[in-house]
Design a protein around this ligand. Structure first.
Ligand code: SF4
Length: 711
């Protein structure tokens, strides 16, 4: 291995402020074009309106970019923030970082919520948020040293290309014998050559003596990072206790944290066993309810799905505590020790695989028609090491496979690769090609929206068919849920601000499995409340899983079981205990509503954020092909006859597909109308002047923007 060299380009010393009720009250701005470092104050108004985390990121990014800023413009920023509750070691799930940038695949603002220690350490080092702007000429490392109170910009050489070794080497280098004090943000070669790059956020697993990481996966944030010429951002901090975040009421904080932690410890073994099997239990649940994406979302179940479910990973995961932040009793971040890849640069070497989680299993497994848990581990390992988003990789390859199987593309286009569903070697070859920027993998790495254009323009593939089966919206690949039978989740994906990612509105389980929202009105109301509540976690630096993945034993008997109101109340108490701000559950929704609407308006600023941008491919709404219809013939026939009173006697499958399509497309539009109305938006999906005034985001730039769109 080449010798690691670091040349200091600039060192800036700073005064680290005392943390005041969860805030440092300052943010850090670094322009790597000229190594300029500056510190900005956080105003009272900024805290009141934007709260922290994603809210701060959005405000900083809004002020940095212009409507014509592209993802690779120098002024585009990567913003990273924790939040006022981030860094609490006793409350489960309190270590998240939220990252925003202008996305290479959507052209608009993207956000991603990620574990690891970076966000809390950044705050304890002295900053509520970090903005990185500009472009560097080489392999730049930014080092934020909260202990020695200095920020260094370093030029490096001798670091490996991938994230797996880079994060381990930098942890050792900067940790100076205390690796637990370090968190590294890095990416790999895939992010350089593809548009679907992710960022890895590390923490050091002291028991296993292993640097671990979690991914900020969505929308190509890693690609922006690589384009900026940044090799890594490293932060150093030391011990964390309840006092480190200096909460307003330590006693109240400890009490509410104790109740939530204790409940998880008692009930997780009886409910999902996440501390043993992570989110792999979802494979079985989704498959049982016909919701597991299979062969590019054509089908929702497969007899071999049990081969890659929780009972398999229960035995493969390395046993031990797996919290991606200190003291998280859910402890769901499992991994596999001593895995030996059979392809690529790590072939034959023992590695640690962080994961897989449900999304990776479904995306790189069933959606490709592959049900092999060992293959999924290899895809998982290389996606992370290469800095590629497992969801976009999986959904993108699935689309290419369907185009291949239907003859829209062939081996002359794929450089001889057989892209049939189920072909493991091809999937791995494409992944390695994405990392190298070579072959057909280089095209798949541009994402589905670009693939559709290339396949149509260069290979003559049918545009309309690809629009139906290409599972992207707003330029972002769908995450791994089959939404055909859940109108609520169709809205959950289509009306999400950044594109079809489940973190904003994951209603499929509540809609299809629990049947908590049978009426149309209930679905529209859910598409108001749930995105607002879920947004709040990103404002505070929290993980959503402890909220509703493990629920109180009497939850089902409460008036609104889907909301898990007992936990919502605990979160309000938690916020009040840290910030000293009186908070009840309704306040949580209004905090989020302001930021949520601001993000919608941010989309408008970047040329998006209107009704036409909320369309989804028909594959997400209903059966595109006769085969899909026939796989659920009884269900669809019943719906046409019983629900819609249509006489189907003598109709061909093709005619029934067309009839159902008209009905379902109309339902989606009707749902869109209802949701816009509930959110206080115009019929074109733009927040009204009355709404922005009510929420306190009626800044002159916002009002001017609305006016320019006739609002
Ligand atoms: S619930 Fe899982 S993902 Fe969330 S903070 Fe805890 S360990 Fe990390």
């Amino acid at each position: 291995m080449t010798e690691l060299k670091m040349k200091v380009v600039k060192t800036t010393s700073y005064k680290r402020p005392d943390i005041e009720k969860g805030y440092t009250n300052q943010t850090l701005h670094i322009n790597i074009s000229d190594a300029a470092v500056s510190i900005k104050p956080v105003t009272k108004k900024m805290k009141e309106v934007f709260i922290g985390g994603k809210g701060f990121d959005l405000w900083l990014l809004w002020n940095a970019v212009k409507p014509d800023t592209k993802w690779n413009s120098s002024e585009n920023e990567i913003c990273i923030a924790s939040g006022p509750l981030g860094g609490t070691p006793v409350y489960p799930g309190s270590g998240k970082s939220i990252v925003t940038t202008i996305s290479p695949t959507t052209g608009s603002v993207i956000d991603s919520n990620v574990g690891g220690y970076f966000g809390p350490y950044l705050k304890f080092a002295g900053f509520d948020a970090l903005e990185v702007q500009g472009k560097a000429s080489g392999n730049v490392v930014i080092f934020i040293d909260g202990l020695d109170k200095k920020i260094q910009i370093l030029e490096t050489s001798g670091l490996p290309g991938d994230s797996y070794e880079t994060s381990a080497i930098l942890t050792e280098h900067f940790g100076k014998g205390k690796p637990r004090n370090i968190s590294v943000v890095s990416t790999g070669p895939g992010a350089k050559h593809a548009l679907i790059g992710c960022l890895n956020f590390s923490w050091y697993d002291a028991k296993r003596k292993q640097t671990r990481y979690k991914q900020a996966g969505r929308g190509g944030i890693g690609t922006v990072f690589a384009d900026k010429g940044i090799k890594a951002i490293v932060v150093r901090w030391d011990t964390v206790t309840v006092n480190t975040n200096n909460p307003a009421d330590k006693v109240a904080l400890k009490e509410v944290a104790r109740m939530h932690s204790r409940e998880i410890v008692e009930l997780d073994p009886k409910q999902n066993e996440m501390s043993k099997i992570g989110t792999t239990h979802l494979v079985t649940i989704m498959n049982d309810h016909d919701l597991l994406p299979t062969n590019n979302y054509r089908y929702g179940r497969h007899p071999e799905a049990c081969n890659m479910g929780q009972e398999v990973y229960r035995h493969i995961f390395d046993k031990g505590f797996d919290g991606c932040w200190m003291g998280c009793t859910v402890a769901c971040s499992h991994g596999v020790k001593d895995f030996v890849p059979i392809t690529g640069p790590y072939r034959g070497r023992k590695v640690f695989v962080d994961g897989p989680e449900y999304e990776t299993i479904a995306g790189c497994g069933s959606n490709l028609g592959i049900f092999d848990p060992i293959f999924i581990l290899e895809m998982n390992f290389y996606c992370d090491a290469y800095g590629l988003d497992t969801i976009s990789v999986g959904t993108g390859i699935a689309f290419a496979m369907e185009c291949f199987e239907t003859g829209m593309i062939n081996e002359s286009h794929t450089c001889g690769l057989d892209l049939s569903f189920g072909n493991r070697l091809t999937a791995l070859t494409l992944l390695h090609q994405m990392a190298e920027g070579k072959g057909f993998g280089q095209i798949v790495g541009q994402g589905i929206r670009n693939m559709k254009t290339i396949f149509n323009k260069d290979y003559g593939a049918d545009k309309a068919v690809m629009e139906d089966i290409g599972m992207e919206a707003k330029g972002l690949e769908f995450s791994e849920y089959m939404t055909k039978e859940s109108l609520a989740q169709q809205g959950g994906f289509g009306l999400a601000l950044k594109g079809p990612q489940h973190d904003e509105a994951w209603l499929i389980f509540l809609d299809m499995v629990h049947n908590f929202m049978p009426t149309f009105e209930q679905k529209a109301e859910a598409l108001h409340w749930f995105p607002m509540f879920r947004t709040w976690f990103g404002l505070c630096g929290l993980c959503k899983l402890p909220w509703n993945d493990i629920v109180p034993e009497d939850n089902k008997d409460t008036p609104e079981p889907a909301k898990v109101m007992k936990h919502v109340k605990w979160y309000a108490d938690y916020f009040a205990a840290v910030t000293g701000r009186r908070t009840d559950p309704d306040d949580i929704i209004s905090m989020s509503e302001a930021v949520y609407n601001f993000q919608r308006i941010f989309n408008l600023k970047m040329g998006f954020g209107r009704r036409s941008h909320d369309k989804i491919p028909y594959r997400a709404v209903g059966p595109v092909t006769e085969g899909e219809y026939e796989s659920r013939m009884e269900r669809y026939d019943n719906q046409l006859v019983e629900t819609h009173k249509i006489d189907i006697s003598g109709k061909s499958t093709q005619e029934k597909v067309a009839t159902l399509r008209k009905i379902r497309e109309k339902q989606y539009e009707k749902l869109t109308d209802a949701v816009y109305k509930r959110r206080g938006w115009t019929n074109d999906g733009i927040p009204s002047v009355e709404t922005v005034k009510r929420l306190g985001i009626d800044f002159s730039e916002v009002l001017d923007l609305l006016e320019s769109h006739g609002v």
